[in-house]
Design a binder for this molecule. Sequence first.
Ligand code: SF4
Length: 481
Amino acid sequence: MKTTTETDYSRQEHHEFLAASQAALTDESLQSSLSLLGSTLGHRNSEAFAAFPASAQLREKARAIKDATLAELDKHLETLEASVKSRGGQVHFAADGADACQIILNILTKANVRRVVKSKSMTSEEIHLNPALEAAGIEPVETDFGEYIIQVAGQRPSHIVAPAIHLRASHVADILSPVAGERLPPDATELAAFARKRLREAFATADVGITGANFVVAETGTVVLLENEGNIRLSTGMPRVHVAVVGIEKVIPRMADLPVFLKILARGATGQKMSVYTSLITGARRPGELDGPEEFHLVLLDNGRTKILGGPLRESLFCIRCGACLNACPIFRNIGGHAYGGIYSGPIGAVLTPLYDGLAANHHLPHASSLCGACQAACPVKIAIPEMLIKLREQLHHEPGESGRIEALAYRVWARMMRSPTLYRLGTWLATRTAGRIWTSRWMSKLPGGLNGWTVSRDFPAPAAERFRDWWEREGKGGPT
Ligand code: SF4
């Protein structure tokens, strides 16, 4: 049986979405893991919101805060920078992923660091920080259990909040046993106990802790981190330097805004009322404080976000990375995260990956959706993902590429016909007298020429042998009752 750990799609980005999806659909092990997603995380997300009477108002409020914050993002970033500096921290603005990696490498080189502990951070995945650290001879140790497993396996996260959700305990035992130097049992508690022991050694010996952030509060310069395992506490409290790498859209203006997001993020992510640990970190350790780092650095990442801010897909910046849309999506629930080929997967990944990584290179992703709307209904900030996917599909028509050109031409011909009654009459007359008489069945299983891509995995409705207009004329204008 082919297993998830054997496929390249779990390791490589930028692959062909359709081929990866086909592989995922025939991967029995992956299918077995994914079959539980709806009844576990997906169910918990919807139950958590249903059981919370104020959730509708809170979700609206969260949207409104995000909207207003993005409208004055430059102002809030300036406030944030001043707040962090006033508390002894340092702020670095990174234009893109390479810039962010270089900034972090400079900090680590200055601190003469050879090993760092990291908490789970999709932003650090986005900038490909681990390969950059390894290339510089620095060992990154992932400390979230799921991230640790996939780091050892050399894989990529398959879910925003549950990076190893594609693996079962038997796979994890296979992955971790060589590290342990003995055969570990396929038992979640024992595997977690092994990882905990390993990671304690890493916390005790690392000079730098690197985290992301769920939110950064502009008025206080506070980095807010939510987790369930306690590894973020240790990553930020034990090493002498803390580096937080954060997308600029994560800023919220005031501490008073935070409770709104804390209540919806945990519910959207895991169905919990609150995460087990919520850490609010404001700068480096001050005189008289017992713990905390000696140095604090905040790396604020743009990486295309300011461009998105002024465009039609601005709403994608509302995302708080909870993963609820993934759990609700019928496509994700069938193919998992690796098939998407980017850092971010699922419905929001189908929007973010083309935005951050180029539309032409990810041209299948806007189509990786049935547009059923389950993602938007599940999203704590009600992001209009289907609408954004449609906008991306429109933009695809302006991208170079044969398939895009043919599809765009077909739509242009259709649009022209629909605007002109004469052309429409002529077109439908021709269709019924040609294709309508050739295809006697209701469906065409293969379209001709460059249009045949449509019928690779679905049929196309064949034109009827008689137009409705002709039938109406024949039966009399009163029509049958
Ligand atoms: S789009 Fe919404 S549901 Fe999906 S990860 Fe972002 S905030 Fe969560």
